[in-house]
Design a protein around this ligand. Sequence first.
Ligand code: OAD
Length: 225
Amino acid sequence: MVLTGAGISKDSGIPTFRGKDGWYKNTPPEKLATNEAFYSNPDLVWEWYNMRRKIILNASPNAAHYKIAEMEKKFPCFLLVTQNVDSLHKKAGSRKIVELHGNIFRTKCTECQRVFNEDYRIFKEDELPPRCSYCGGILRPDVVWYGESLNPEDLDKALSFAYRADLIIVIGTSGIVYPAAMLPHIVKSNGGIVVEINPENTPITEIADLKIKEGAKNALSQLKF
Ligand code: OAD
């Protein structure tokens, strides 16, 4: 099992959330990534997502994403759980994947709840907030915000896999956002091995059987299986 966070996409040029140049550097998450923030100023939140969409659309998967895509071909019992919304794992070829926090290129109508897949639009100022083509309701990015529940099927898939996993490789996450951060603890408490790849220490480091204190691209390019 592999769990990834924003650090794996840093080598592709996408900022992390909490790093010194991270997305939350100037604006805290509660101003950008909550239902309340969205309803009080949907244009501002959409501007943030537009900016992120632009950066992500210009980015490509790196060697770490490709190495994980290779793993699922090699190991019949494998699951990748990502907190990332950037689609780079899918672009690299991963199919056994749970996108626990949604996808930035999916939009959802706040009225009729219709979901629009592969929505790569960058909205102009006068198009904000974008509207549903069916009912005229305001569209939101189909990502999970603070205070919202994860998709129950996705969460169930990730949790039940963690209970059976004999190994989890945790890559590029600060390990502080739950329930994703629970997964290595579940693997560990069921006798599995925890490997962490991250240039910094995190709360996961304390339970890691092996800590590789390097960037994801560098560490995973050297991995042989
Ligand atoms: P964070 O920004 O919290 O953490 C990124 C982690 O990546 C840090 O621990 C860095 O040390 C590490 N890192 C930096 N460069 C790296 C590299 N080259 N290789 C490997 N690791 C590197 O991002 P997440 O843990 O993904 O949620 O954040 C979790 C969630 O918080 C996100 O999914 C998002 C955010 O709010 C939602 O939007 C719901």
